[in-house]
Design a protein around this ligand. Structure first.
Ligand code: AMP
Length: 243
């Protein structure tokens, strides 16, 4: 299979931020945050802005599933149950990606590492300075609860909607296929609350690991998409002073 990690898109006109990011060698950044904080969105934006590959393990595993590879078959059960895959499997996949041409200038990790074991393996592979900084996107829990528990999905074509931010034109009906909209069992407020709590508990050891290395940067994710991107670049010291 070819080209797994996504090469940067929208690469027109090298920005100052990109030049600054590249001037210090291979630029690898990790994005951390709970489900719903907008990690994937920011990873894509940063990838384009900084000219780095976007290495999203969830996306890679979904693509493996679509292509019916051995890894995809293995991943299916874990992903359907919402469980993490074994560390050694994910580590092997990520290290394979890192060797590809698309990752040569650097990459944005999205969804990896998820455990300290994975963080240790990454450090062993790229060296102690191989990961430059780790960005922790923070959004208050009540905002996440509102974002996640407002989600609706079409039963027929799976198009996602949101009660507040992206409602359908006709209540309860899909704009695309007129199918019935429903709330997934794991998006019900009581379940979402539990999912967030479990994720937060899993995140703490990773946050501590990177804080001890002096690499952890906390960024307010409760802003508009562009403002969060600017906040990330500012935290990384990659924004040219406005003149
Ligand atoms: P995501 O799209 O990042 O939410 O990931 C979807 C699913 O893929 C997760 O629920 C896990 O089953 C699996 N997965 C993604 N990244 C990892 C990882 N770093 N370690 C273990 N499992 C992962």
């Amino acid at each position: 299979m070819s080209g797994r990690a996504t090469a940067p898109r929208g690469a027109r006109g090298a920005s100052d931020a990109r030049v600054a990011a590249g001037s210090q060698g291979v630029a690898r950044f990790v994005l951390l945050g709970l489900v719903g904080v907008g990690k994937g969105t920011q990873a894509k934006r940063l990838s384009a802005r900084l000219g780095l590959a976007h290495l999203a393990t969830g996306d890679l595993l979904r693509r493996h599933q679509e292509e019916g590879t051995e890894l995809g078959l293995l991943a299916k059960g874990y992903m359907e149950r919402g469980e993490l895959l074994p560390d050694d499997v994910v580590i092997r996949m990520v290290l394979g990606e890192l060797e590809k041409e698309a990752c040569r200038p650097g990459c944005i990790f999205d969804g990896f590492p998820r455990t300290v074991e994975q963080a240790l393996a990454l450090d062993r592979a790229v060296g102690p300075e191989g990961v430059r900084k780790v960005l922790y996107l923070q959004v208050p829990e009540e905002v996440l609860l509102r974002r996640l528990s407002g989600r609706l999905v079409c039963r027929r074509c799976q198009t996602p909607y949101h009660r507040e931010s992206a409602p359908p034109r006709v209540e309860g009906k899909c704009d695309v296929c007129r199918g019935e909209l429903y709330q997934r069992a794991d998006d019900r407020p009581e379940v979402v609350g539990r999912r967030l709590q479990v994720q937060q508990e899993e995140l703490v050891p990773l946050l501590n690991y990177y804080a001890r290395q002096g690499k952890l940067l906390r960024v307010n994710g409760d802003l508009g998409m562009e403002a969060v991107e600017e906040a990330i670049l500012a935290a990384l010291g990659l924004l040219a002073p406005r003149g």
